[in-house]
Design a protein around this ligand. Sequence first.
Ligand code: FBP
Length: 333
Amino acid sequence: MADSPMTLSEHLSTQQAALSTEHARNVAAVLGRIGRVAAVIAQELAHAALRDQLGYVGGANATGDQVKKLDVWGHETMVSALRETGACAALVSEEAADPVEMRAGGTHALVVCADPVDGSSNLDVNGSVGTIFSLKPSRGKSPAGPAALGAGTDQIAAGYVMYGPATTLVYTVGRGTHGFTLAPETGEFLLTHPDIRIPKRGKTYGINEGNVNAWHPGQRAFVEYLKTKDKASGRPYSLRYSGAMVADVHRTLLDGGLFMYPADWSDPAKPKPKLRLLYEVAPMGLLVEQAGGRASTGFERVLDVVATEYHQRAAVILGSPEDVAMADEFYRR
Ligand code: FBP
């Protein structure tokens, strides 16, 4: 009989070598807890319509988005779970203007940046949603929140959970990108996608084409290029866009191609990106790079962008290395 697949906690222990001993214990504690929170969130999503958990609570979050009941519930569930680990010094969350300090002690406590419920516009229509997270060293700072700022290269771990037909957790500690599937009966995440390698080139692209008139000219020309028929280069690419970054990135990681959310260039002097750097763009950038892909803003590597604000936004073009390289070329023209 085939061996039963490795559990998340077993796999985490095989990844320890990638981390300093002190951080390794805290990373395992935090990632293990996020795995358990994800099983709880999956349950809640499945019952949301039955528990009057759909719809808005009213009011807007730190980045001006209308807040859904499940956004708040997801945030509070994440806060209490991370607090209990004793390994998390602060949480930077999409749903809180300022970092939530947790006074977990020690130089090796971690700062977590998270989007507890990503793709909120899909919640009330039973579409795929997710949770995105990034772990950075707190360096013993107090308050610890400011340790979240800086470049994406400071991340020591990152991941996401996708709540779709199955619940999938994908993470990296800088030693490849690995995928797990939730066994609802046991609440365990089991290794189903070890060492994901993104194809060098893809056949699909994901972008909100409704924004085409606000794109940088290089972005517009690149999407036109993808849509132009040319058998030799496998074009046209097909459009695949779910409205939830986690679902679009997950497809891109497994099948190749691109996910893009470029900035609004209506005023070229002040380009306006949408997605948030610390808890959307940077963690996805690390996961994609660890799977052999690339993540760019169109002008620079996403992981080199330095965050100076907690809810700073950044443009993103990520996916298959040859496709992203082509996009960068169109931006340079
Ligand atoms: P939140 O739902 O967490 O605010 O995330 C933003 C997001 O929903 C991404 O998941 C998604 O890729 C994007 O916004 C969709 O934006 P748009 O509706 O403009 O296409």
